[in-house]
Design a protein around this ligand. Structure first.
Ligand code: S3P
Length: 429
């Protein structure tokens, strides 16, 4: 696909689609709750459709009409043994959270996914779930898909996770809901807390104490109405676009601003971006706001430590932002990037270099020297099947002189099917 380059302005108002993490959880929790869960502003990206598909294969009635979803939950005991393999597609969240749920189900299930999923480490959940009593086998002793699981009676666990991962935390809490006693998970830094918030909305008893979260076992969930806020990880592409494309002013409406997700806003502020956050309000358990960004003079920054889990998915687009900032930006403590949909240290560095960026990979992040005028002489860049790399490159092209072709743009549908429609609307604005 030919990308639009050298864009002279981006103006307008956008409603980014629903949050991916929250959409997955709403379907999953609805499926194991008792009663009918209504979800609005659901993300119709491919990842969340994979979650719906997996639960339908376990007999859960789910009606999806665009962004409205109705889940007929019959409790965890209402799930039935699937006759087909469960295909998680490209979705790490589906794989890991589903394993946590299946750990408590006294039947057999097989999980497969795409080529990217087959490279992502699943032992970070299969090992502790085995300790709780689940029977799991799979490629490389359960490290990779395809995986087979037979769940059943579970023992609680006190787990100290080596990684700050909401997927690990959530998988263990979901298993812990059905264990015989209290399960606790402690993380090195706080990861996104949508599971904790939403479990409470479904009536569960969840206790948060600093970096430790606990759930008592043998709990039942009760159906809830869930409004899904706009995804700040999707908004991030337009927040950066608005800051780096000349003559721009973009307002992003109804964006989720849960503090465990707003690292991108902290970084934009540190770098001197002209961003205003208005109309902050609480919609059920998650806060929302409208965010406006204008073309900005940017300076470099350092990003590491506990900030990393608060912006892990935004690092590809932050790397582009840094190419347009004066000075040297250092991103560290981010080795988790290597096990995302692609090795995002490698893919960000290789693709931005094709546009002339001064960027180098480190063991746990990258170093970016700016400000660089990006230029391309018929460059061919590749998403490598990674939605966030594809969107980052489309925004990069906006500030690139020359011609840029994006390979595998279809990956973007994983989290933001209307991305190009929104980008084009802003170009007309
Ligand atoms: C997610 C958690 C993050 C994030 C992913 C979605 C979630 O992964 O990168 O896109 O919904 O829990 P980790 O928890 O593995 O860091």
């Amino acid at each position: 696909m030919q990308l639009r380059t050298n864009v002279n302005s981006l103006k307008g108002e956008i409603y980014v689609p629903g949050d991916k993490s929250i959409s997955h959880r709403a379907v999953m929790f609805g499926a194991i709750a008792e009663g009918t869960t209504h979800i609005t502003n659901f993300l119709t990206g491919e990842d969340c459709l994979s979650t719906i598909d997996c639960f339908r294969k376990m007999g859960v009635r789910i009606e999806q009409n665009d962004t409205e979803v109705i889940v007929e939950g019959k409790g965890i005991a209402g799930l039935s043994e699937p006759t087909e393999v469960l295909n998680v597609g490209n979705s790490g969240t589906t794989t890991r959270l589903l394993l946590g749920i299946l750990a408590a189900c006294p039947f057999h299930a097989c999980l497969i996914g795409d080529d990217s999923i087959a490279k992502r480490p699943m032992d970070r959940v299969t090992k502790p779930l085995r300790q709780m009593g689940a029977h799991i086998d799979g490629r490389m002793n359960g490290r990779y898909t395809p995986l087979a699981i037979r769940g059943g009676a579970l023992q609680p666990i006190e787990y100290v996770s080596p990684v700050a991962s909401a997927q690990v935390k959530s998988a263990l809490l979901l298993a812990g809901l059905h264990a015989d006693g209290t399960t606790t998970v402690t993380e090195p830094h706080k990861s996104r807390d949508h599971t904790e918030r939403m479990l409470k909305a479904f009536g569960a008893d969840v206790h948060v104490d600093g970096l430790t979260v606990s759930v008592t076992g043998k709990q039942r969930l009760h159906a809830a109405d869930i409004y899904v806020p706009g995804d700040i990880s999707s908004a991030a592409f337009f927040l950066v676009a608005g800051a780096i494309v000349p003559n721009s002013e973009i307002t992003l409406k109804n964006v989720g601003v849960n503090p465990t997700r707003t690292g991108i806003l902290d970084v934009l502020a540190q770098m001197g971006a002209n961003v205003s956050i208005e109309n902050i309000r609480n919609e059920e358990s998650e806060p929302l706001a409208d965010i406006t960004v204008r073309t900005s003079e940017l300076k470099a920054t350092e990003i590491g430590g506990e900030l990393i889990p608060r912006l892990i998915d935004e690092i590809p687009i932050i790397a582009l932002l840094a190419t347009q900032a004066e000075g040297t930006t250092i991103i560290k403590d981010a080795s988790e990037l290597k096990v995302k949909e692609t090795d995002r240290i490698a893919t960000v560095v290789s693709e931005l270099r094709k546009l002339g960026a001064d960027i180098e990979a480190t063991d746990d992040g990258m170093i970016i020297r700016g400000k660089t005028k990006l230029r391309a002489n018929h460059a061919v860049v590749d998403s490598f099947g990674d939605h966030r790399i594809g969107m980052m490159l489309a925004i990069a092209a906006c500030v690139t002189e020359g011609e840029v072709t994006l390979q595998r743009p279809e990956a973007i549908a994983v989290s933001y099917p209307s991305f190009f429609a929104h980008l084009h609307a802003l170009q007309q604005g």
